[in-house]
Design a protein around this ligand. Structure first.
Ligand SMILES: [Zn+2]
Length: 135
């Protein structure tokens, strides 16, 4: 998908893409873990793989994501449930992302952990609260 600066932001915020996730994609530091989470969701919508890897903590970052090869996932929306500081430079964001793949609508409920290093937030990893009871 090609990004259009005047469109409402993909993350569901009431700002335009340019005012919201666009400026973070362009290099501005995300002010909060939630802002980073939103910008990462928008990056999935736009298949901005380099951005996703750059905002992934080096300790947990996968070598690649193959987003371009994955053209059958359609992202439908993001809902932030909770944003909580868990320390001076760490936070948790709980969200539900909806998407469609192979004609089936799905939802991903995740509790993501973020840390801040040198003024930048990074995604570390996530837990899936709905599945954790069944492990
Ligand atoms: Zn946004």
């Amino acid at each position: 998908m090609k990004s259009d600066v005047a469109t409402p932001c993909y993350c569901g915020a009431r700002q335009t893409y340019a005012e919201c996730c666009g400026r973070i994609h362009a290099g501005e530091a995300a002010p909060t873990a939630e802002a980073l989470m939103r910008s990462r969701y928008s990056a999935y919508v736009l298949a901005l793989e380099p951005y996703l890897l750059a905002t992934w903590h080096p300790g947990t970052r996968p070598p690649q994501l193959d987003l371009v090869a994955d053209d059958h996932t359609k992202w439908l929306g993001l809902e932030i449930k909770r944003h909580q500081a868990s320390g001076a430079d760490s936070a948790v964001v709980e969200f539900i992302a909806r998407f469609k793949t192979g004609g089936r609508a799905q939802r991903m409920h995740e509790l993501s952990r973020f840390v801040r290093a040198e003024g930048r937030w990074f995604y570390v990893d996530g837990e899936f609260p709905e599945k954790s009871g069944r492990r």
